[in-house]
Design a protein around this ligand. Structure first.
Ligand SMILES: [Zn+2]
Length: 307
């Protein structure tokens, strides 16, 4: 079972999370056979999205996007407050992915790549817009990019260790907690737990992260520390696509565009990028989509006549 484990070091200066995602990750990859380096990036983002979602305790959807100007055009992962995930990657049409390519080469080939995190609240007030933070893609790892983001946007010192292959996506997050009032710690000792835990975690090699379950990792890394462990949580796969949302997308294209495509194709077939669900809209379906807008259109026409 996919698991996310939160824990707290006893003096409460540092908190951490470990996540292990395999079944969800398998479902995410079921549709597409990504080149190895793309799979690694997307898998690391999947682990990171679950870690951040549990870390920020935000009641809504976290959308993590990397917009690229190289072989990879877009990497997107969405995670809601229940740790339900979906993710997909879009490659450039003529993409050639070098087997050893890293993040910079894949997503930031011309220096125009950017990383965005959108926090979309579950219960929005009328007119409320989702919050979006965008940072440049400095660094050559998903972990580095997110660490920068957390520092800039949340003012939280955060370190991440991420790894993914075809079978599993795993990640470790450590975060230095802001001090509440005076700590009482003697001068010079502040930050000691933080530096110490980061040093312990930095012994973790990518191969070890890929091949070791999170219970073992937690024991192996921090066996000398006093740790409080919380109730584990379980990430899962879920796609939020619906026929209604696809219909809305067609409406945004506009009646003219849709009718012209219908004339060429007979019916419109749309496959969800995230889950592969197939949606078909024939002439009758499309007429119904735009029929719902008729009162507005009629009003416009009436106004047109009046002028
Ligand atoms: Zn879907």
């Amino acid at each position: 079972m996919d698991t996310l484990q939160r824990f707290l070091f006893e003096n409460a200066e540092v908190r951490g999370e470990l996540v292990e995602i395999s079944e969800t990750w398998r479902q995410i990859q079921a549709l597409k056979d990504y080149p190895g380096p793309v799979r690694t990036l997307l898998g690391e983002m999947v682990a990171a999205a679950a870690l951040l979602s549990a870390n920020l305790k935000f009641d809504g959807m976290i959308v993590m996007q990397m917009h690229g100007d190289g072989p990879v055009r877009l990497l997107v992962v969405e995670c809601d407050a229940e740790l339900r995930l979906r993710a997909t990657a879009k490659l450039a049409p003529d993409a050639a992915v070098d087997a050893s390519a890293g993040l910079a080469q894949l997503v930031n080939a011309h220096g125009n790549g950017r990383f965005a995190i959108t926090l979309d609240p579950k219960d929005k007030l009328p007119g409320q817009q989702p919050y979006q933070g965008i940072v440049p893609l400095d660094g050559d790892s998903v972990a580095g990019v997110i660490e920068n983001y957390m520092m800039r946007s949340e003012q939280l010192e955060t370190r991440l260790w991420l790894a993914a292959d075809r079978d599993v996506s795993r990640g470790l997050l450590l975060q230095k907690l802001p001090k509440e009032g005076g700590s009482g710690a003697p001068a010079g000792e502040e930050g000691d737990t933080w530096n110490h835990t980061v040093m312990l975690a930095s012994t973790l090699r990518r191969e070890e992260l890929l091949t070791t379950d999170i219970d073992t990792l937690l024991r192996r890394l921090f066996w000398q520390e006093t740790i409080r462990v919380f109730e584990p949580r379980h990430p899962s796969f879920q796609c939020s696509c619906t026929r209604e949302k696809v219909g809305n997308m067609l409406k945004m294209l506009g009646r003219e565009e849709v009718e012209s495509a219908l004339a060429d194709l007979g019916q419109l077939a749309i496959d969800c990028d995230f889950c592969g669900r197939h949606y078909a809209f024939d002439k009758v379906d499309c007429a119904q989509l735009f029929a719902a807008e008729t009162p507005g259109d009629a009003m416009q026409q009436a106004n047109g006549v009046r002028h």
